[in-house]
Design a protein around this ligand. Structure first.
Ligand code: SF4
Length: 187
């Protein structure tokens, strides 16, 4: 929004003001959902009453990139869709952040084919990777909280500074359990 550029270089008042700006920005992330597949259903569930994304101030899903500062890529991205994703990312104003939600968005998932992008981070900078197929809404919320913590602690890059993707990853919430009953394959 250019607020940082208008502030004097240093001083007590500037620091306090920066805290207030970061606090406001952290608590009013506006997501731009780019939901192309089943992960989108979990994204919708995250915004519904059971998980209530509004508790974190991020429930105002915008379908206009110029009004959003958090791009959530949920689902596989095909080669044909890729230019649309890139256009949306470019149209979002700075500062902006990107979450890659689910195995398909991060790696192509099970769709190891020529038609599917094998990781959207090859084409746009990704800040937080949320694992799972699909991820639970709690995991997506954890990813959003990671960005909030970053805004709180690090603030924003200086005006004119280069945008560096954070490259954070949410830890999986569960491991694979052993097979309860021994199996054998007969002939
Ligand atoms: S990661 Fe799984 S749930 Fe998400 S879009 Fe891919 S196949 Fe669907």
């Amino acid at each position: 929004m250019g607020l940082e550029a208008a502030l004097p270089v240093d001083g007590f008042l500037t620091t306090q003001l920066r805290h207030v700006i970061n606090w406001a920005r952290r608590n009013s992330l506006w997501p731009m959902p780019f939901a192309t597949a089943c992960c989108g259903i979990e994204l919708m569930a995250t915004a519904c009453s059971r998980f209530d994304l509004a508790r974190f101030g991020a429930e105002v899903m915008r379908f206009s990139p110029r009004q959003a500062d958090l791009l959530i890529v949920a689902g596989r991205v095909s080669i044909k869709t890729l230019p649309v994703l890139q256009r949306i990312y470019e149209q979002m104003p700075e500062p902006k952040w990107v979450i890659s939600m689910g195995a398909c968005a991060s790696t192509g998932g099970v769709f190891d084919t020529y038609a599917v992008v094998q990781g959207c981070d090859q084409f746009i900078p990704v800040d937080v990777y949320v694992p799972g197929c699909p991820p639970r809404p709690e995991q997506l919320i954890e990813g959003i909280m990671m960005i909030q913590r970053h805004i709180d602690q690090e603030g924003l890059p200086p005006p004119g500074g280069k945008r560096v993707p954070l490259g954070l990853a949410v830890a999986p919430t569960h491991g694979v359990r052993p097979q309860p009953v021994g199996i054998s394959v007969g002939v």
